[in-house]
Design a protein around this ligand. Structure first.
Ligand code: PLP
Length: 389
C-alpha cells in the first residue's frame, strides 16, 4: 500500500469560506471589488496594526505596486535580500531597474545588517543610493529590523518588507510587515492563510495606498470617458477570493499556534540527532514557523541534503531544499552582490545544507512521525566525511 502524500504546506480551509462567498453571490457582487474586498482590507490592517491595506491579485503584484509608489524607474538601483523566493526581486526587473543582492546573516537567515551597511556605504560614495530596499522575512522569521532600519534611516532609503511568509509573526511585539514604508503579504495556496491566490499591500501612508488602488485598476483618470495619463495594472483582488481571505483571517492565530506546534514536535522528536540545527527564534521575536527548516552540519552528518530529499520523495513526502539564493540564479547572474562578511557567504551555506520539512497547520501527528522516521533513517549510519575541513 502506498503511503498517502504529505504536502509541504497545503491549504487549510475553515469551512466558513463558503459563507462569505455565498454572501457575494446573493448580492451579485461577484466583481468588481465589493464588500468582501473592503472588509478584508480593513480586517488585515486592523490585525497587523497598519493604517491601511490594499487587496491585490498576488504578493508579487503588491511588491510591483510598492516599487511604483516609490517611483522606481529604469536605471534605478534597488537592494533586495538574496535568500528569498524569486518573486521578491522580479518586480525590480519589471520596472527596468537594477537589483543589488544582499546576503543573510546566520541568526535569522534574513538580511545581514553588515552586508547592507557595506552596500549602502558604497552606494553613497558612488552617489547612487538605491530607491528602495526589499527585505524578505523568510520562513516566518522577522529580520533584524532594528539594525536594518537604523541603516536605512541613516541613508533615508525606504524599506519594502516582503512579509509574504511572515503574516502573524511579530518582532518586539509589532507585526512583521509593518516596519517599512510598505509591507507585503501573500495569500498564495501554500502560505499560512490563503485566498487561493492573492496579496496585500499595507502602509501607514493612506495617500500612497489610494494611489496604489488607482494604479491597480488601470490608472483611470476621474473623467467621464476612459482617460489615462500613466501606466496602470489590473491587480485588484476579486470579491469572491477576498471572502475566502476573511474566513481564513479569523483563524490566523490558530494557524500560527498549529505551525508552532509542528515545529516544537519536530524539535523534540529530532533532539537526539546530532548535526540538525533548526532556524533559531531570536528573543523578542515570535515566528509563525510557516515552514520548519533546518541545516545539516556536514561535520556530524555525512548524508547530503539531496539524499534526504530523495528518501522523502520515495516515501511520498514533500520536503524541499531551502531557497536557492537569487545571486546564484541563472536569471540574475552577474548581478552585484554583497556577502555577509567579505569572505563569508551565508545564504550559499544555507542553500547547501538546508531543508524544509512538511509544516502544514493541518499536518497530523502520525504524519509527522512518518517524516521524522524517514529523516532519521536517511541520516543513520552515514559516515562522517574525512578531511573536509
Ligand atoms: C510567496 C512569496 C512571494 C510571492 O507571493 P505571490 O502571492 O505568490 O505572488 C513573494 N515573496 C516571498 C518571500 C514569498 O514566499
Amino acid at each position: 500500500m502506498k503511503n498517502s502524500r504529505i504536502y509541504l504546506s497545503p491549504p487549510h480551509m475553515t469551512g466558513n469560506e463558503q459563507m462569505y462567498i455565498n454572501e457575494a453571490f446573493e448580492s451579485n457582487w461577484i466583481a468588481p471589488l465589493g464588500k468582501n474586498v473592503d472588509m478584508f482590507e480593513k480586517e488585515i490592517a486592523e490585525y497587523v496594526g497598519a493604517k491601511g491595506a490594499v487587496a491585490v491579485s498576488s504578493g508579487t503584484a503588491a511588491i510591483h505596486l510598492a516599487l511604483s509608489l516609490l517611483d522606481v524607474k529604469r536605471g534605478d538601483h534597488v537592494f533586495c535580500s538574496t535568500f528569498t523566493f524569486v518573486a521578491s526581486a522580479n518586480p525590480i526587473l519589471y520596472k527596468g531597474a537594477e537589483p543589488i543582492f544582499i546576503d543573510s546573516e546566520p541568526e535569522t537567515w534574513n538580511m545581514s545588517p553588515q552586508a547592507l551597511e557595506r552596500a549602502l556605504y558604497d552606494a553613497y560614495k558612488e552617489r547612487k543610493l538605491p530607491k528602495a530596499v526589499i527585505m524578505a522575512n523568510i520562513y516566518g522569521q522577522s529580520g533584524k529590523m532594528k539594525e536594518l532600519m537604523a541603516l536605512c534611516d541613516h541613508y533615508q532609503v525606504p524599506i519594502i518588507e516582503d512579509a509574504a511568509e511572515s503574516l502573524g509573526s511579530t518582532y518586539h511585539e509589532k507585526h512583521s510587515g509593518t516596519f517599512g514604508e510598505f509591507g507585503v503579504y501573500s495569500f498564495n495556496g501554500n502560505k499560512i492563510i490563503t485566498t487561493s491566490g492573492g496579496g496585500m499591500l499595507v502602509s501607514n501612508d493612506l495617500k500612497k495606498l489610494e494611489k496604489a488602488r488607482f494604479l491597480a485598476t488601470q490608472a483611470r483618470d476621474p473623467a467621464v470617458y476612459y482617460q489615462h495619463h500613466e501606466v496602470g495594472y489590473n491587480y485588484r483582488m476579486s470579491n469572491i477570493l477576498a471572502g475566502v481571505g476573511r474566513a481564513q483571517l479569523k483563524v490566523i492565530e490558530d494557524r500560527v499556534t498549529a505551525k508552532r506546534e509542528v515545529f516544537e514536535r519536530y524539535n523534540y522528536l529530532l533532539s537526539d540527532v546530532a548535526g540538525i540545527d533548526f532556524m533559531a527564534e531570536l528573543p523578542q521575536t515570535r515566528s509563525n514557523r510557516w515552514l520548519t527548516v533546518f541545516t545539516m552540519n556536514p561535520l556530524e552528518i555525512a548524508t547530503e541534503p539531496i539524499e534526504v530529499l530523495k528518501a522523502m520523495a520515495e516515501q511520498n513526502i514533500e520536503a524541499r531544499p531551502v531557497w536557492k539564493p537569487l545571486h546564484m540564479q541563472p536569471l540574475y547572474l552577474n548581478t552585484p552582490y554583497y556577502s555577509h562578511l567579505e569572505n563569508e557567504d551565508v545564504s550559499k551555506q544555507l542553500f547547501e545544507t538546508g531543508i524544509c520539512l512538511p509544516s502544514g497547520s493541518n499536518l497530523l501527528e502520525i504524519e509527522q512521525v512518518r517524516v521524522v522516521n524517514c529523516l532519521k533513517e536517511s541520516v543513520k549510519g552515514a559516515k562522517r566525511k574525512e578531511g573536509i575541513f
